[in-house]
Design a protein around this ligand. Structure first.
Ligand code: E4P
Length: 246
């Protein structure tokens, strides 16, 4: 399992990449909106510079900020041209509300652009994104889990259940990951990213259930590194050693 960092914050990216265990960075327009106002591409250029500073092959996902397919393709091409980064993946959200965005995934993939198909919430979405050529398919792990109980979506939930689009288990992100791994056997090049991760246990569970990559905040990564028994052992070693020196 690989760890990616889910942020657009330059300080966090710098700190996490310095740690050496991060293989990629994922961003989205909401994450960027948490940063000081500025130019989207210029901010991404700073992230590219950090990726280059710390590794040879750090993946970077940058998301389009439009829901018009033509504009998505245009933005994706602009990102590629402006960022000139070999390990760039353009994030294209899945969906079939007004448009079929998988046509965008196909067009970009056919043009040799690496795509991270994002905002997926079911095994079928993940599988169809892979079939359209996405190198990465992103499952929104906790948003999916929330979808099982959010009052605002009760009617949609019932509709999808009654129309046999999803079953009850399809709101369990670990079950979704396991099923998706099976469905992706035809697409061995595609990697599943588990995003929308909130806790250290989510990271572990997602990895154990089949996510190739888990993308997570620096806060969760720091929590994963610390352990009270580690602190105790290391303090004891130092204490014993200094007593021996006296
Ligand atoms: C993944 O690529 C997304 O950036 C992210 O994990 C979205 O999840 P959240 O907004 O629920 O944290």
């Amino acid at each position: 399992m690989k760890l990616f960092l889910d942020t657009a914050n330059l300080k966090d990216i710098d700190e996490a990449l310095k740690g050496g265990f991060i293989r990629g960075v994922t961003t989205n327009p909401s994450l960027l909106a948490k940063e000081p106002k500025g130019n989207y591409i210029e901010h991404m250029k700073k992230i590219v510079a950090l990726c280059k500073k710390y590794g040879k092959d750090i993946s970077l996902s940058v998301e389009v900020f439009s829901n018009d397919p033509k504009e998505m393709v245009k933005q994706a091409k602009e990102f590629v041209k402006a960022l000139r980064y070999k390990h760039l993946a353009v994030k294209i959200p899945i969906g079939y509300k007004n448009e079929n965005y998988l046509s965008v995934v196909k067009e970009l993939s056919d043009a040799g652009i690496v795509v991270n198909c994002t905002a997926c919430h079911s095994p079928m979405q993940l599988m169809m994104a892979a079939a359209s050529g996405a190198k990465y398919v992103s499952l929104f792990y906790n948003r999916l889990r929330d979808g099982a109980k959010e009052e605002a979506y009760a009617a949609e939930r019932d509709r999808m259940f009654n129309e046999k689009v999803v079953e009850q288990n399809d709101y369990d992100p670990n079950h979704v990951l396991r099923e998706t791994r099976e469905l992706l056997k035809e697409y061995p090049e595609t990697e599943i990213i588990a995003g929308s991760i909130r806790t250290v246990l989510d990271v572990k569970e997602a990895g154990l259930n089949g996510a190739h990559i888990v993308t997570v905040s620096l806060k969760a990564l720091k929590a994963a590194l610390a352990h009270f028994k580690t602190d105790h052992a290391v303090d004891q070693f130092l204490k014993d050693f200094s007593a021996w020196l006296k």
